[in-house]
Design a binder for this molecule. Structure first.
Ligand SMILES: Cc1cc2nc3c(=O)[nH]c(=O)nc-3n(C[C@H](O)[C@H](O)[C@H](O)COP(=O)(O)O)c2cc1C
Length: 345
């Protein structure tokens, strides 16, 4: 099950709850591996309303109930660790600017408590800010272990903080975190190295969206794909749980510098377990594995409306449609009220 923000932690401390998060993830325990919604590693890391965090004691206690229940049903669950960087808004930070590699506005929208607002020009992180954020990820990994997660996934995808460091159009730093590929990826590897000191690296996954373009403030340039090739080759020196890649989120056939077939392009570069996502159904998922271009397929939206997606695939049952209007709304509706197939029929 692919990581999906569902904005149901609508409480003061952004704590996952027994009423909502526990049943939601438990209903989906047969997924094989659940990757949770992106969960902010600190107060600075947040950028959307009502997203759950993994930095406070209360949040750890809330997640404990989720992992216990998923484990009781025989499932495995990783938590996705998230920092949105410049995709946030001052409304989340008492009027202070969000943090980013450079003071470059993504010219996107931020989903604030008062609705969608234009993003602002963020504050370029100081070296101290970067070191603090490395610590925040490390602490989040410690918290994840304490909360009973089977592992963690670094959200280095979809135009958020790590992606902002990787990409030349969002990173114009002149210090050791900007410039060449080694510098633009330094922050990611510092976080990974700090995390593997506190959680076995076999329990760490990392997610990338190499051909993301024209979304989340990201524009591809000639160095973007080579930078992802550099990262993924370097990850051969690690022993991670998996690398999780997304096929392009939109049509990139005419986009300069884009790779159209991500699994096919990156599979030969990576020796470890490769997970692929975005737009797969049962047939195309089986095909990508049969062709040897991935080891695992993550399904997102199909899991929103089919808690028993695995059983439905197994029996060739029809799938229920998801309702986009309730992706991010508070409460049970569109969250824990999608029935299993047998119940529905
Ligand atoms: C409601 C919703 C929330 C999402 N939130 C996240 C997230 O928190 N982290 C992430 O990496 N991707 C997120 N995504 C992207 C999904 O993980 C996945 O890449 C996308 O839905 C495409 O896969 P699919 O075609 O199987 O749905 C989200 C997608 C949706 C629909």
């Amino acid at each position: 099950m692919a990581p999906m923000t569902r904005s149901r932690a609508a409480n003061e401390g952004n704590v996952p709850t027994e009423d909502l998060h526990v049943p939601y993830y438990t209903q989906r325990a047969s997924a094989g591996l659940i990757i949770t919604e992106g969960s902010q590693v600190s107060k600075d890391a947040v950028g959307y309303i009502n997203t759950a965090g993994i930095y406070s004691k209360e949040q750890v206690e809330g997640w404990k109930k989720v992992t216990k229940s998923v484990h009781y049903k025989g499932g495995k669950i990783f938590i996705q660790l998230w920092h949105v960087g410049r995709m946030s808004h001052p409304d989340f930070h008492n009027g202070e600017l969000p943090l980013a590699p450079s003071a470059l506005n993504p010219n996107a929208k931020s989903f604030t408590p008062e609705g969608f607002k234009d993003t602002v020009t963020p504050k370029a992180m100081t070296t101290a800010d970067i070191k603090q954020t490395v610590e925040d990820f490390k602490n989040a990994a410690i918290n994840a272990v304490e909360a009973g997660f089977d592992g963690v996934e670094i959200h280095s995808s979809n135009g958020y903080l790590f992606h902002q460091f990787f990409n030349g159009t969002s990173n114009n730093r002149t210090d050791e975190y900007g410039g060449d590929m080694e510098n633009r990826t330094r922050f990611f590897f510092e976080v990974l190295d700090a995390m593997k000191a506190v959680i076995p690296q076999e329990k760490i996954g990392a997610r990338f969206n190499p051909s993301l373009n024209g979304m989340f403030g990201i524009t591809l340039d000639e160095e973007t794909i080579p930078t992802f090739e550099y990262i993924i080759k370097k990850l051969n020196d690690y022993d991670l749980a998996y690398v999780h890649l997304s096929e392009p989120f939109n049509d990139v056939s005419n986009v300069p510098f884009a790779v159209e077939h991500i699994a096919k392009h990156f599979r030969p570069l990576y020796n470890g377990t490769l997970m692929i996502n975005a737009g797969f159904d049962q047939d195309s998922g089986n095909k990508v594995i049969e062709e040897g271009n991935a080891d695992l397929v993550a399904f997102g939206k199909p899991f929103i409306s089919n808690p028993d997606l695995v059983e439905r695939f197994g029996h060739n049952y029809p799938l229920a449609e998801w309702d986009e209007d309730t992706f991010y709304t508070p409460g049970k509706e569109g969250y824990i009220d999608y029935p299993e197939y047998d119940e529905a029929n």
